[in-house]
Design a protein around this ligand. Structure first.
Ligand SMILES: NC(=O)c1ccc[n+]([C@@H]2O[C@H](COP(=O)([O-])OP(=O)(O)OC[C@H]3O[C@@H](n4cnc5c(N)ncnc54)[C@H](O)[C@@H]3O)[C@@H](O)[C@H]2O)c1
Length: 328
């Protein structure tokens, strides 16, 4: 298919672009390059532009005969969203709706959307399935849920068909080691741990040691970025083959504490990782673990990277080869 990937120069988008190309799809990346890097996009057309630019979208849909959109472009820092909700509603919701309107206008029917575990808020039980109530505790999660709601009604009214993929913690890098995670600022645990192993950070800050978990630190579900990428392509191909719109969780189904991640990274890197214990951060749930049975049953998706050591190993390969991230 001919697929437009918004935010395709970002971390998860660039890995998904690679997977799409591997499966012989034609890819146009639209990215405003506020957060990411040209070098992450290989083998696809890269258009520098914004999802709010209706004229640009109209032209791209026509020129490339676009049949589907994968929508990664978003602002996605939880803490920043609390301080600046207006920016998050504008970039994620207003521009998201504008992109969907452009799709409806051009007759582009299939949308794969990057949602998040943050739509659930504080979990009532784990593993969290798609049936768990959505009750986001920050503007970031609320904006993703708002777009999910809009997709449903666009489906009813305009025939838009969609898959909303609620990722847990994306991690790792393409095993080839040439693309990987390079956020600025970096807020994700595994890259911070590996930057500490490289000596780029003096120590890892651990937020909270009094959570109701075996070692007192938060537990999260880490899902390899290549497994996420594969899920996107499966979801797109299923929609195109007639599958109904759906919402799916994407996680490994097992949780690791912050300290377990640190120990696993020490093993992978063979280097000590100094930590500093600080207080809890507001709004961090103690345990987030995904139930991803629905996408396994519906689409036959299976994560290939189920071991934490393997996930960290791919990230380490990327960081060792690119300690300063992508060339700027
Ligand atoms: N990284 C995670 O663990 C995680 C977890 C759950 C959900 N998500 C979601 O997955 C998506 C991708 O995450 P990521 O970590 O790859 O983020 P990222 O910041 O690496 O990539 C997002 C890309 O979108 C671009 N962008 C942002 N706003 C844009 C706009 N208006 N127009 C055009 N381009 C724009 C940025 O330049 C960037 O290249 C996001 O929607 C995020 O909310 C990420």
């Amino acid at each position: 298919m001919n697929v437009l990937v918004s935010g395709g120069a970002g971390y998860i988008g660039s890995h998904t672009v690679r997977e799409l190309i591997k499966r012989n799809h034609f890819v146009v990346v639209l990215d405003n390059l506020t957060k990411w890097h040209r070098a992450a996009v290989q083998g696809a057309e890269l258009v520098a532009g914004d999802t709010a630019d209706r004229e640009l979208l109209r032209g791209l849909f026509r020129k490339y005969g676009i049949e589907a959109v994968m929508h990664f472009a978003a602002s996605s820092l939880v803490g920043e969203s609390v301080r600046r909700p207006s920016e998050y509603y504008y970039n994620n919701v207003v521009k998201g709706l504008s992109l969907m309107d452009a799709m409806v206008e051009a007759g582009v029917r299939f949308l794969i959307f990057s949602s998040t575990a943050a739509v659930y808020g504080e979990p009532r039980e784990v593993p969290i399935t798609e049936a768990h109530p959505a009750n986001p505790t920050n503007p970031y999660g609320a904006t993703k849920l708002a777009v999910e709601g809009a997709m449903r009604w666009y489906g009813e009214a305009y025939g838009l068909r969609y898959a909303s993929l609620r990722y847990f913690n994306a991690a790792g890098a393409d095993p080839a080691g040439d693309i990987g995670e390079d956020h600025d600022p970096e807020t994700h645990l595994i890259p911070l741990v590996l930057k500490t192993a490289l000596g780029l950070l003096p120590r890892l800050e651990v937020y909270g040691t009094d959570y109701p978990t075996p070692d007192g630190t938060c537990i999260r579900d880490y899902i390899h970025v290549s497994d996420l990428a594969e899920a996107h392509v499966l979801a797109l191909e299923a929609l195109a083959a007639g599958a109904p719109s759906a919402v799916y969780n994407l996680g490994n189904g097992s949780g690791y504490s912050v300290l377990e991640v640190v120990r696993a990274a020490e093993e992978v890197t063979g280097r000590p990782i100094p930590v500093h214990y600080g207080p809890r951060r507001a709004g961090d749930p103690s345990v987030l673990v995904a139930g991803s049975e629905k996408i396994k049953a519906d689409l036959g998706w299976r994560p290939r990277f189920t071991s934490l050591g393997d996930i960290i190993g791919t990230a380490w390969r990327w960081h060792l080869g690119h300690p300063g991230g992508f060339e700027k």
